[in-house]
Design a protein around this ligand. Structure first.
Ligand SMILES: [Zn+2]
Length: 102
């Protein structure tokens, strides 16, 4: 695991108990609750799992800006271990929404 920590001085108070996930785009580790969770449908379509309750593997992104970076790195295929179909328009829109969990 590479932890290039020279980027964010604001590695603020995220408690140890909180589940952390790595953003596929920028590689930053954040609390799961601050990231968008993306999952694969049965048709291999990548969708944003807003309630974060879908079963199976998830990929995490901190925002729309990281979507393209993740695509470039083919990070989805790696994280979800499958072929991924992405509808960029829909995904970007969904990623612009703030993460809101109940
Ligand atoms: Zn990111």
């Amino acid at each position: 695991m590479s932890d290039a920590a020279h980027r964010s001085p604001a590695a603020s108070a995220v408690g140890d108990k909180e589940p952390r996930r790595t953003c596929l785009g920028c590689g930053k580790k954040q609390s799961k609750w601050l990231l968008h969770r993306l999952v694969l449908t049965v048709k291999h379509q990548v969708v944003v799992d807003t309630p974060q309750t879908a079963p199976g593997r998830g990929a995490y992104l901190c925002g729309a800006g990281c979507l393209k970076a993740a695509l470039k790195r083919k990070a989805f295929q790696r994280a979800l271990r499958a072929t991924c179909e992405l509808d960029l328009t829909i995904l970007e829109e969904a990623l612009r929404e703030p993460v809101r969990l109940k």
